[in-house]
Write a new protein. Structure first.
Length: 338
C-alpha cells in the first residue's frame, strides 16, 4: 500500500511539472541585480503566477534583459525586450528594489500583448507607473491603471527595426578587463602558481579575449648537483560561445597561445641560459558569476596543449627539462565591466 501511494504521489507530481512546463511562457531572460534584490528565478515564478496564455495562441519568444543598479536615490532599473522583431525599453527609479522587480514582471507580462491574460486575482501590483505601447490590441484586462501612487519617470518605446537599426543593450558589446591567479602543472614544474591579466569583448552569445600570463621563476628539475630554474611568460588570443543560466554565464572557450621559457642551470660544469619558445592551443570552460555590479567572479578550467615540446638542454647533461604534452590549468579572478 505504501508503495502504491508513493507511486501515485510521484505520478501526480510528474503531471504537475509537465503541466507547468507545457504552460510556460517562451522567455529568454537575462537578470542582473544586486544581491538584496529578487533573483531571476523569482521573476520567472511571479511572471508564471500572474499570466495565463490564451487558449489556442502561439506565443512568439520574448527576449529580455533587466539590469538593476544602485543609484544615489536608491535603485535604477533598465529593462529591454525584443519580441517578433520589435524592440522595447523601460527605465524606472525607486528607493527600494522590490517595487522595481514587480514593475519588471508586469512589463514582461505586457510584452506578450494580447497573447496572455493577467490574472485578476493577482494580489500585488507594481509600485510604479508603467506606460507601454504594444500595438497588439487592447492591454490585458488585469493591468492596473491606478498603479501611479509612486510614479518614477518610466518610459517605454517600441521600435520597428526598419525604422531604427540601433541594437538593444543586450546586443551591445561590453568590455571587461580582469586579473586572476593561475595554476599549471607541467609547464615549468610539476605545479606552479602564477598571475594573469586580460581584457574581453563580449556580446550576448559570444566573447573574444586577449590575455597575458606570467609564472615566476622556480626550480623545475634536478639531476644530481645540477638543477634547472625556469620562469615563463605567454600571450594568447581566444574566443568563447556563452550561454546564461539564471545569472551565471557559462562559456566553452578556445585560444591560441605563444610563450617563452626563461631557463638557466645551476651546478653544471658550464652553466648557461636559454629561452625556448612554445606555441599551444587551449580548450577551457569559463564561468562568470556576478557579485555586485560591475564586478564578477570568473573561474576557468582547461588544458594547454603545446604544438611542440620546449626543452632545456644543458651541455654535458642533455635535456634537463621539457614541457608536458598536456598541461592542466585553472584560473580564479575578478573582472569589471566598463
Amino acid at each position: 500500500m505504501a508503495i502504491c501511494r508513493a507511486l501515485a504521489v510521484g505520478v501526480a507530481a510528474f503531471g504537475l511539472v509537465a503541466r507547468a512546463h507545457a504552460q510556460g511562457l517562451p522567455l529568454d531572460l537575462t537578470w542582473e541585480a544586486p544581491s538584496e534584490c529578487p533573483s531571476a528565478e523569482r521573476i520567472r515564478r511571479e511572471l508564471a503566477r500572474i499570466t495565463r496564455p490564451r487558449p489556442g495562441r502561439q506565443l512568439a519568444p520574448l527576449v529580455a534583459r533587466a539590469l538593476i543598479r544602485r543609484s544615489g536615490t536608491g535603485y535604477h532599473l533598465t529593462l529591454e525586450t525584443e519580441r517578433s522583431g520589435a524592440l522595447s525599453k523601460a527605465q524606472l527609479d525607486n528607493p527600494t528594489c522590490e517595487p522595481l522587480s514587480r514593475a519588471a514582471t508586469l512589463v514582461l507580462a505586457l510584452a506578450y500583448g494580447d497573447g496572455v491574460d493577467i490574472r485578476e486575482n493577482e494580489p500585488e501590483k507594481p509600485d510604479a507607473s508603467v506606460s507601454t505601447s504594444l500595438g497588439e490590441g487592447t492591454a490585458p484586462s488585469g493591468a492596473d491603471s491606478n498603479s501611479t501612487r509612486s510614479a518614477h519617470a518610466v518610459s517605454t518605446q517600441r521600435q520597428q527595426p526598419s525604422l531604427d537599426r540601433r541594437p538593444a543593450r543586450n546586443r551591445r558589446l561590453e568590455i571587461a578587463p580582469w586579473v586572476a591567479a593561475t595554476g599549471t602543472s607541467g609547464l615549468i614544474a610539476a605545479f606552479a602558481l602564477g598571475s594573469e591579466a586580460g581584457v574581453q569583448l563580449s556580446a550576448r552569445h559570444w566573447l573574444a579575449n586577449w590575455r597575458v600570463d606570467a609564472l615566476p621563476q622556480r626550480e623545475a628539475a634536478q639531476r644530481g648537483a645540477v638543477s634547472a630554474q625556469l620562469s615563463a611568460f605567454s600571450a594568447a588570443l581566444g574566443g568563447c560561445a556563452q550561454a546564461t543560466l539564471t545569472t551565471v554565464r557559462l562559456a566553452p572557450c578556445a585560444r591560441f597561445e605563444a610563450g617563452v621559457l626563461r631557463a638557466h642551470s645551476e651546478g653544471a660544469r658550464v652553466d648557461g641560459t636559454a629561452s625556448p619558445t612554445w606555441f599551444a592551443v587551449a580548450p577551457s570552460l569559463l564561468a562568470r558569476i556576478p557579485i555586485a555590479w560591475p564586478f564578477a567572479l570568473r573561474a576557468e578550467l582547461g588544458a594547454l596543449i603545446p604544438l611542440s615540446v620546449a626543452r632545456f638542454v644543458v651541455a654535458g647533461e642533455g635535456a634537463l627539462y621539457q614541457t608536458a604534452h598536456v598541461v592542466p590549468e585553472f584560473g580564479l579572478g575578478l573582472e569589471i565591466t566598463l
